[in-house]
Design a protein around this ligand. Structure first.
Ligand code: ADP
Length: 262
């Protein structure tokens, strides 16, 4: 559906001639609608843990008042829900900060191997918890990209965390870095591959949408906000980089970050 705003202005006094300006409003309306959807989704996602906490508070003040075992169990659930809410708020703040500053300040030179290794180290506890072993395939030479270190850390952290969470049945995750000589476009790439259930083709283009989660049931069993890949996409755009996703159902998924030639 297309929408136009029309304004008329007289060309000159008494000429009887007018100029009509048609301004296409479709894009503005689409953005308004997206914003409204986003607020509705965010509110819903925040309300869910809050409703759960509120329910348990009521139970603890009433029927479970004198039941020590139930009390501990419910307090644990409430604590998990507050962690979930805090995560959601952090992700929402990250997204809004990124959207407010769509371009990046001049970046610094970053050693890609060192950065990716730091991410692997920081996720070692999650890998151990999910029983995933992380395999590396790094080139012998130093590869550098320009950008914001914290933001790129967040990109690889999100991708590796997803690979460990969703691909845990595969038992391993492979991270490879390839230099500009490995691709015809001269791109430097980082690929994070898992061997879990994979993602059906129709979902792939939508994964970077805010709050989009495949199979709400299975995804919801995993801690997550549905904002991780949206944040990844924004950060990469600021770096003139991009994400590509390949997957075969039942065989796993591969997420590749492509950095253009310097
Ligand atoms: P979440 O917080 O839910 O992990 P993301 O934006 O990081 O949010 O991911 C969006 C959805 O993409 C996930 O909920 C999951 O359904 C799907 N997904 C992401 N990574 C993988 C993967 N490695 N294997 C299978 N599905 C994945």
């Amino acid at each position: 559906e297309r929408a136009f705003r029309v304004t008329a202005s007289a060309v000159g006094r008494g000429t009887g001639l007018y100029v009509l300006v048609f301004k296409d409003q479709s894009e503005a309306r689409r953005i308004d609608r997206m914003r409204a959807d986003f607020i509705a989704n965010a509110s819903h996602e925040l309300r869910t843990p809050l409703a759960s906490i509120s329910g348990f508070v009521e139970t603890l003040r009433g029927p479970a008042r004198d039941d020590a075992a139930a009390r501990d169990h419910f307090l644990q659930i409430m604590q998990n829900q507050t962690v979930r809410m805090a995560r959601l708020i952090d992700d929402l703040l990250s997204l809004s900060r990124l959207e407010m500053r769509p371009t990046l300040k001049p970046g610094v030179r970053i050693d890609l191997r060192g950065l990716v290794q730091n991410v692997i180290d920081s996720l070692a506890p999650l890998a151990a918890e999910t029983g995933v072993s992380i395999e590396r395939d790094f080139p012998d030479m130093t590869l550098e990209v320009y950008g914001d270190r914290d933001e790129l850390f967040q990109v690889f952290e999100n991708l590796l965390e997803n690979a460990c969470k969703y691909g845990q049945s595969g038992g391993r995750v492979a991270i490879s870095i390839a230099g500009p000589l490995s691709s015809p476009e001269g791109e430097t790439t980082v690929t994070i591959r898992d061997f879990g259930p994979g993602i059906a083709e129709e979902h792939i283009p939508r994964l970077t949408e805010r709050f989009y989660r495949v199979d709400a049931g299975a995804s919801r069993a995993q801690k997550g906000t549905g904002l991780g890949l949206a944040i990844v996409k924004h950060i990469l755009a600021r770096h003139n980089a991009r994400l590509s996703i390949r997957s075969t159902l039942g065989e796993g998924a591969a997420f590749t970050v492509h950095f253009p030639p310097a």
